[in-house]
Design a protein around this ligand. Sequence first.
Ligand SMILES: Cc1cc2nc3c(=O)[nH]c(=O)nc-3n(C[C@H](O)[C@H](O)[C@H](O)COP(=O)(O)OP(=O)(O)OC[C@H]3O[C@@H](n4cnc5c(N)ncnc54)[C@H](O)[C@@H]3O)c2cc1C
Length: 300
Amino acid sequence: MSVVRHALGSSPRAFCFSPPARVGGALLVGLALLGLTACAPRLPPADLTVINGAEPESLDPALALSIEDLRRDYDAVLLAMGLGKGSALGSNSGALDALTFLRDVKRGRIREIAGPVAVLGGGNTALDAATAALELGARDVYLVYRRSFAEMPAWPAERDRFLGKGGHILILTEPLGNVLDADGRIAGLRIRRTELGEPDSTGRRSPRPVPGTESVLAVRTIIEAIGQEVPDEIRQALSGVQFTRKGLIQVAGNGSWRTSLPRVFAAGDIVNGGSTVVQCVAEGMAAASEMDGMLRQDSN
Ligand SMILES: Cc1cc2nc3c(=O)[nH]c(=O)nc-3n(C[C@H](O)[C@H](O)[C@H](O)COP(=O)(O)OP(=O)(O)OC[C@H]3O[C@@H](n4cnc5c(N)ncnc54)[C@H](O)[C@@H]3O)c2cc1C
C-alpha cells in the first residue's frame, strides 16, 4: 500500500492486487487486536484496483494472473505478499496455526476457546495469539518457548502485557507432540526441559534437550506460532523468480530490490523473513523509488 501511494505521486497509474479481505496485510491481523485499526493504510477507492474473488482461505485470486501476465501488462511489478503461511511442527495434529487463529478472532469467527491453552513460540505473533486466547476467556494460557527470555524475539512490552493479564511463560521448554484423548481431541502437550548450548547461525544460544525431563502439560488447545513462510502456491506461481535457501525472494541487495526477473521487484516480509511494519514500509518506499528511477530512465 505504501508503494502504491508512493507510485501514485509520480506514475500515472499504480495498481494493487490483493485479496480484498486482506488489504492491509499482517498489519490488520496483529495490530488490530491492539485497537490500532485506524492506522490501517487507506487509499482513495479510485486509485486502488482490487482483483478479488474467492475467500482469502481459498487460492488467492491474484494467482490467476501469472507473473508473465503481470510483466506483459505492466511496466514494473512489485511482489510484497508477505508471509501468509504459518510454519507447523508436524507433530501436533489438531493444533491451530497462529495466523489463522488471529485472523478468525479478528473476523469474529472464533469467540471462545477451549482452555487450558498452549501457544508454541516466542515471537510477537506467539504473544499476540496467547494474549488473544486470554482475552477470549481461557483461564490458563502457557507460552512454551525453548530458549530463555534473553533470546526471546518478542518485544518485552508484548511479553509483559501477556504476563500482566495472567499468562504463563514456560521458558527452556520444548514441545514434543500432542496427546489425544479417546475421542481424538487434544488432551495435552508433551514437553521436555532444555538447556542452552553454543550460539547457532542466528547468534542465539541453541537449546539442547535435558534427558529424562519429559512431562505432559494438560491443555485442550495448542496454537503453533513457530514462524511464517511463503505459501507453496505463491512459490509455484512465481516461476522464474529466484528464492533463497530460507524460502524468501532473493533480491539484488546493496540497496536494490530487483529480483531475478527483469522489471520485477520485491520488498517486505517476503524478502526480509518477517520484521516490523516500519521496516516493511521503508523497504517498499525504497523499492518504489528504484522502480520510479527505472521507469524515468526508460522514458528518456
Ligand atoms: C500476528 C502479528 C503481529 C505483528 N505485530 C507487529 C507489531 O506489533 N508491530 C510491528 O511493527 N509489526 C508487527 N508484525 C509484523 C508486521 O505486521 C509485518 O512485518 C508487516 O505487516 C509485513 O508487511 P508486508 O507488506 O511485507 O506483508 P503483509 O502485511 O503480510 O501484506 C501482504 C499482503 O499481500 C497480500 N497477498 C498475499 N498473497 C497474495 C497474492 N497471491 N496476490 C496478491 N496479494 C497477495 C496479502 O493479502 C496482504 O494484504 C506482526 C505480524 C503478525 C503476523
